[in-house]
Write a protein that binds this ligand. Structure first.
Ligand code: ATP
Length: 378
């Protein structure tokens, strides 16, 4: 009899845990460390994701892919011909950065980053800028940064359509075309205005239509048409040169900054600099319709000058993990990671780029400790 009771108890407990695990939401994540510091900070970022999964009761399945400039040096291409098909099967891509000094600098964007962004219609590049507690900005006196750069991510100045004519001749020239389509402008503008409604209801769109009188007057015109559909959202237009100065002098005027591909590329490095370091910026290349996986990466490059020393700031990579979980619907887990990052910088655990002496691992471990110890709202 006691044996039967023991057996039944065992079946009950086993059944309970089986049910729990089979109901647990599982996300499939393609991990692409890339090159340079990507090999250090991407695994650290994934440790944070794993800790968040354990704490918030979801599961992750990962596969690591070796694409990048290192792969190019071995195989002659940045990624395998099947790479895009393989990555399509995942819920998200967690990416470091590609590029090495030994490899032609024009290849990483053309043969990896732009390919993924375009193929998976990741037309939104979401790049938030905020103040980290305990980090003093070297550039701005503004005490509280909190805005998002929304960069158009698949067209504009980066379509790479152009040519060089007679480059070795005295009359040689190089031409790059910019392409701005109604469809491309409308969809990014709608995303920006909808985002503003969830924030402080303001979109500042960045332009240079006083000199780029064809492409950017069209950009302005279509954005204004979209803006008219959001009468509750304040809409302003600003020239890129004025915008760069305003990032430093009065960043508090921004809520959602809507920019073209090139301007957004430049402005987001400035966004990193006003936060305190390029190493602090996270980002998402987002396909809002979720037809394809979105890709999450820090705003900085592969930083080969500091690779292998365990001094890279992992917070931009970790923030990208939080953005990935938010995109996947794990809102609480994402917020807990950000709280963990805040607690870490507030406690003075800073890497060398911020004037500290903590290693990449120390900072990550502190984020995980804080994450694990946070109370979960029920
Ligand atoms: P890309 O064009 O791919 O964005 P980049 O040429 O702008 O790359 P980065 O690799 O971003 O160059 O590096 C620029 C500078 O910022 C380098 O001095 C690098 O060491 C520093 N840096 C970049 N990322 C980090 C980080 N996570 N932590 C500390 N310093 C960093």
């Amino acid at each position: 009899m006691p044996n039967l009771r023991g057996y039944l108890t065992f079946r009950l407990v086993y059944g309970f845990f089986y049910l729990l695990s089979s109901r647990m939401k599982t996300y499939r994540i393609a991990v692409v460390p890339g090159d340079g510091i990507g090999h250090e900070i991407v695994p650290l970022g994934m440790r944070v994701v794993e800790a968040a999964a354990q704490k918030f009761g979801f599961a992750i399945e990962t596969k690591s892919f070796g694409w990048g400039a290192g792969y190019y040096l071995q195989c002659g291409e940045f990624m395998a011909p099947t790479a895009l098909d393989e990555m399509k099967a995942y819920d998200a891509i967690y990416f470091g950065s590609v590029g090495l000094p030994a490899v032609d600098d024009t290849l990483p964007a053309k043969d990896y980053t732009f390919k993924v962004r375009t193929h998976f219609q990741q037309y939104v590049n979401y790049r938030p800028v905020r103040t980290y507690p305990g980090v003093t900005s070297p550039l701005t006196k503004s005490p509280h940064l909190d805005f998002v750069i929304i960069r158009e991510n698949t067209e504009g100045e980066f379509v790479q359509i152009g040519s060089q004519y007679l480059p070795d001749m005295p009359q040689g020239m190089g031409v790059d075309s910019s392409i701005f389509t109604r469809k491309g402008i409308e969809r990014i503008a709608h995303y920006a205005f909808k985002l503003a409604r969830k924030r402080r209801n303001k979109v500042t769109h960045i332009t240079k239509s006083n000199t780029l009188i064809h492409s950017l007057t069209y950009w302005d015109r279509v954005i204004k048409e979209v803006a008219a559909q959001y009468p509750d959202v304040t809409h302003e237009q600003m020239y890129i040169d004025n915008c760069a100065a305003t990032f430093v002098l009065r960043p508090e005027v921004f809520d959602v900054v809507l920019t073209t591909n090139l301007f957004g590329d430049i402005l987001s490095d400035l966004g990193g600099a006003i936060m305190g370091s390029l190493g602090l910026g996270g980002s998402g290349n987002i396909n809002p319709e979720k037809e394809f996986p979105s890709m999450f990466e820090p705003i900085h490059g592969s930083a080969p000058d500091i690779a292998g020393k365990s001094i890279a700031n992992p917070l931009g990579q970790i923030w990208s993990a939080a953005l990935m979980l938010e995109h996947l619907g794990e809102i609480e887990a994402a917020a807990a990671i950000i709280n963990g990052m805040d607690a870490t910088t507030a406690a003075g655990l800073l890497t060398r780029d911020l004037g500290g002496s903590s290693s990449s691992e120390d900072v990550t471990q502190a984020v995980i400790m804080s994450l694990v110890l946070q109370e979960v709202s029920t």
